[in-house]
Design a protein around this ligand. Structure first.
Ligand code: AQP
Length: 327
């Protein structure tokens, strides 16, 4: 049975982008293999975060995974920090990725661009090393991610090639699996930028009050073209809203264009707001019930147990291959 691996950083409140680009995809894939879905709490440390915020975000993330339909009998949900092999393997793999390639990573360039060099943590720079360790630890072939993470998966593929050329067939080659539609949900206030947890402008948070969601969608930046048409170059705001509507309702772009022919942007935005609220309001209620029930701890413990079984096997395979002396 194939292994599927992915994670989300508990750096902030989950966004509609995380939901459409990642969580929904995890749910769709969970019948095609055994999933290992972790809460990337070690990755969350790469930028400053308050301990209480990290704890709450981690618990909420697990609750939203479950509320979205991930079944703990099919998907192993766990904290990255509960499986020490992630950190141990990253220490080994850092020797097989190079400064030049790490400094070319878009995420690193974006996140460090406004920081003084003395303030850029080594963890932020080495983020793709830990991510490569995450990926290869479960012998996963399929890595469901949004478009922004594809570059990191490509780097992990380079590493696997490099490592296997040197030591033989030790690591399994992963590949990124990206949604055809919805791989990059854009900010509502600046549709040329991706919607991101750490950039509150233009986000829809999964925990937003429905009235706030509606307000944000009704005031989303659009254009003067005055027709609902999919053209990300000329109409990035409308195209983004069409993508959201299509992902949440299953309607194609053609169907949406026909439905709103001759209608104003107000009607169209109201339909998008309805779709978002219809999807997220019950999701919030389920997540709240899950938090109140205490199920999260149980699921995380079970997930970590299974994850440790697989990860420790892969880690010892690597240790043996590179010559660390073990009986
Ligand atoms: N806007 C988006 N559209 C589609 N997919 C998205 N993802 C993130 N934003 C969008 C996907 O969600 C998963 C979680 O990613 P992550 O938490 O590891 O980090 P990220 O990609 O950096 O996500 P954020 O929300 O932008 O977090 P911050 O602000 O902390 O950096 C990934 O599969 C990602 O592709």
């Amino acid at each position: 049975m194939d292994h599927i691996l992915s994670g989300i950083k508990p750096t902030g409140q989950l966004t509609l982008g995380n939901y459409i680009g990642a969580i929904n995809k995890f749910v769709k894939l969970q019948d095609s293999g055994e999933s290992f879905l972790f809460i990337a709490d070690l990755h969350a440390l790469t930028l400053p975060i308050e301990p209480e915020v990290l704890r709450t975000n981690s618990r909420d993330l697990a609750a939203f995974y479950l509320a979205a339909g991930l079944d703990p009998n099919k998907s192993n949900i766990f904290l990255q920090s509960d499986v020490s092999a992630h950190a141990e393997l990253a220490i080994i793999l850092q020797n097989y990725l190079y400064m030049g390639e790490l400094s070319r990573m878009t995420q690193f360039k974006d996140k460090s661009s406004k920081m003084k060099e003395e303030a850029i943590g080594l963890g932020l720079f080495a983020y793709p090393v830990l991510m490569a360790a995450d990926i290869v630890l479960y012998d996963s072939k399929v890595i469901p991610v949004g478009e922004d993470q594809v570059q990191h998966v490509e780097l992990a593929r380079d590493l696997v090639k490099r490592f296997n050329n040197r030591y033989g067939d030790v690591l399994v080659m992963p590949r990124a699996e990206v949604n055809k539609v919805g791989a990059r949900i854009m900010s509502l206030s600046d549709p040329t930028k991706k919607m991101s947890k750490s950039d509150p402008k233009g986000d829809i948070y999964l925990k937003d009050d429905p009235a706030v969601m509606r307000k944000k969608i009704m005031s989303a930046v659009t254009d003067m073209e005055a027709h609902v048409h999919y053209d990300p170059e000329k109409q990035p705001g409308i195209s983004n809203l069409m993508t959201i509507l299509s992902c949440l309702t299953g309607k194609s772009f053609d169907e949406i264009e026909k439905e709103f022919e001759g209608k104003g942007y107000g009607d169209f935005k109201r339909a998008v707001a309805d779709a978002v609220v219809n999807e997220l309001e019950p999701l919030q209620q389920r997540a709240k019930q899950i938090i109140d029930s205490g199920l999260v701890d149980e699921v995380l413990e079970k997930g970590a147990k299974r994850a440790n079984e697989i990860a420790s096997g892969v880690l010892s395979r690597v240790q043996k291959a590179i010559g660390l002396y073990h009986k």
